[in-house]
Ligand binder design. Sequence first.
Ligand SMILES: O=c1ccn([C@@H]2O[C@H](COP(=O)(O)OP(=O)(O)O[C@H]3O[C@H](CO)[C@@H](O)[C@H](O)[C@H]3O)[C@@H](O)[C@H]2O)c(=O)[nH]1
Ligand SMILES: [Mn+2]
Length: 730
Amino acid sequence: MTESITTTTATDRLFTTKQAGGRFLYKIYFTIFLTGIFSLLYYRCTHILHDHLVLWLLITLAEFWFSVTWIFQQGFRWAPTFHSTYPDELPSDLPPIDLLVCTADPDREPPALVANTLLSLMAYDYDVNKLAYYLSDDGGSELTFHAVYQASVFSKYWLPFCRKFNVEPRAPQVYFSSEEDVVNERGRQSFRQEYDAVKAKYEQMQEQIARATRLRKVPDEVRKGHKGFKEWDSKVDPRHHQPIIEVLIRGDGEDRDVEGNPMPTLVYVSREKHQGHPHHYKAGALNALNRVSALMSNAPLVLNVDCDMHSNNSQALLHAVCFFLDPKEGHRIGYVQFPQSFGGITENDLYGNGVKRIYEVEFYGTNAHNGPMYAGTGSVHRRESLNGRKYDPKVQLKVEDKSVRGNKNWEDLAVKAKALASSTFETGKPWGKEMGLMYGCAVEDVFTGLVLQSRGWQSVFYAPERKAYLGLAPVNTNDTLIQHKRWSTGLLEIFLSEYCPWTVGKLKLGQIMCYSFYTLWSLWCLPMLTYAFVLPLAMVNGIPLFPKVSDPWFKLFAFLGIASHAFSLGELMWAKGTIKMWWNETRMWMMKGTSSYLFAVTVIILKTLGISEPGFEITSKVIDEEALKRYKKEIMEFAVASPMFIPPTTLALLHLFGLLKTLTMAVKDGLEGLDHMFLQVIVSGYISLISLPLYEAMFLRKDKGRMPVYVTIYAIGILSVLLYLSPSLM
Ligand SMILES: O=c1ccn([C@@H]2O[C@H](COP(=O)(O)OP(=O)(O)O[C@H]3O[C@H](CO)[C@@H](O)[C@H](O)[C@H]3O)[C@@H](O)[C@H]2O)c(=O)[nH]1
Ligand SMILES: [Mn+2]
């Protein structure tokens, strides 16, 4: 696709917009494929299998739902839309920004990671007097506080160094792990000296953090360095503790770096937790930060970043501000979303967690109709819209600087802030409903974005050339499936909420289609399980469900199968993927479909029946040495006896069994029999091929990452029952 048709041109604009070219080719493909879908449904309705009515009904419904989701997807595919920004045109007086960072668990989110993320963000290329950082620690951990404290000390060296030599990336851990700058600038003695000095300071910080993490205790001599450590003089239980708010760096020119320049404000916040008081996970944490930051600095723009995503582009804030300050369209924009990109993903993205399709294809499509979903990290919000203000086309709302500045009594502010971070503060107030991030949903981000858009705000998806953020994605099968379970549970909760995209209003048609695709994606488990179970079971019982090869309708099925695969491959290649990446992504799609989505639907049923409430299972950001080696070699990691593995392993075995049985029979009874079963054989062959890593993990591998034998036993057990019962069910 080339970018050609320009819809707006730059004059005094700070950003412009254009649509992808070559769309008429897409429209041709669209028309042909749509005709194919209708023909398929026509075929099913005119070829009812009277002897196997239930099977016919299941397969027809499955194909119907595949077709519906394909139509929803057109919301993303119809008109990819790109923005360009002009940061050079920005006024010199930039709006203040508060930066909110979340962490929740020192074991799953190592303190060193938190420090690194924080430092990368603190070094943004922006007027430091306008920046204030708030770190929320839902783990209430002294180890995390210690890391933030160490980062605050090191930042006084790091920030002037970054500014002086304009280094990139500004995440010290990443920067110091590549020697590129040193090699490039070897000639310059002054650089070399400063580099070595800062690196030594950095290593000192790392060592301090590592030692405390290892001992699970902060050494006494370090504790003396800041009064904040006193909060942990008695034990702090992460689920039950007092509010802790510590100002680590005072902005407004009070605290200075080693060269005497002002520093941005940095505040550590661990909101109060009380058993029995719901804390609403990340949404609750961000709302507490929202209030604390409003008291202490009250910037009109708010950036939110997860602790597992460091800044990779020191200019990102300038790009974001271009949208809000744009004289023509700025007043409509509620939030700017940067893509989630991930570092350390293997070449062929073994678990499909690079989510390339979402951020390199789909989100551009949302730009055509009111903009993208809010993705929880790397997004800059207008504080007013986040706080419940509705968009009013009659008011050309400016980004007004009402921030709190100068001569602050920090002690006093910290005391006042504690009241805002108390566990009872929100009782009887509209937080989580009319203002702030929305509660009651495992994907608070998408939910909140939808609510903002339903209040009339537009959003913008913008991906600068140099990636704005680089994060950590799950690095094993179980974490991947659990993350997708959380996402698909939350998305379905949105569809079932009062903000259902079909009824909420103010959304454009294309937008409704995109939200429908995401919020209903867990329902994919129904057609996928149908295809996955019904096809091979019918095959082993000798029942054909597709036209035979000599039937003219056969071509239709062949076309739809090949075209949909070719399209998805082409799209991923366009997003600079690899063929193997596509193959891995397809495997994961099948596994998620039959596992994560199925569990998500179950969780929602349990919730509806009032049996249990879904929570927020935090993804682990640590990986052991051995597992990392396997990951780098792109060997799938199973290792834990997770129930998430049972459906995909059972299916892999079922297809292999069906395939072998049918082929053996064909060899015995002659190949003519295969004519009827050809498509079923192809599907089972395809699924068996894609499941090779599963068979290996079950039967061949000896390493620790193999499939636990319990899972295999369960899968074989379920398979036997299915095979035993299937003749009477068909
Ligand atoms: O009680 C909690 C639980 C989580 N978090 C934070 O939430 C963030 C995201 O958690 P993570 O385990 O990394 O989940 P992911 O699946 O990687 O997160 C994606 O999905 C989430 C919604 O499910 C969004 O909030 C995230 O922004 C998005 O990156 C992390 O910074 C956590 O520290 C909290 O602050 N409090
Ligand atoms: Mn994450």
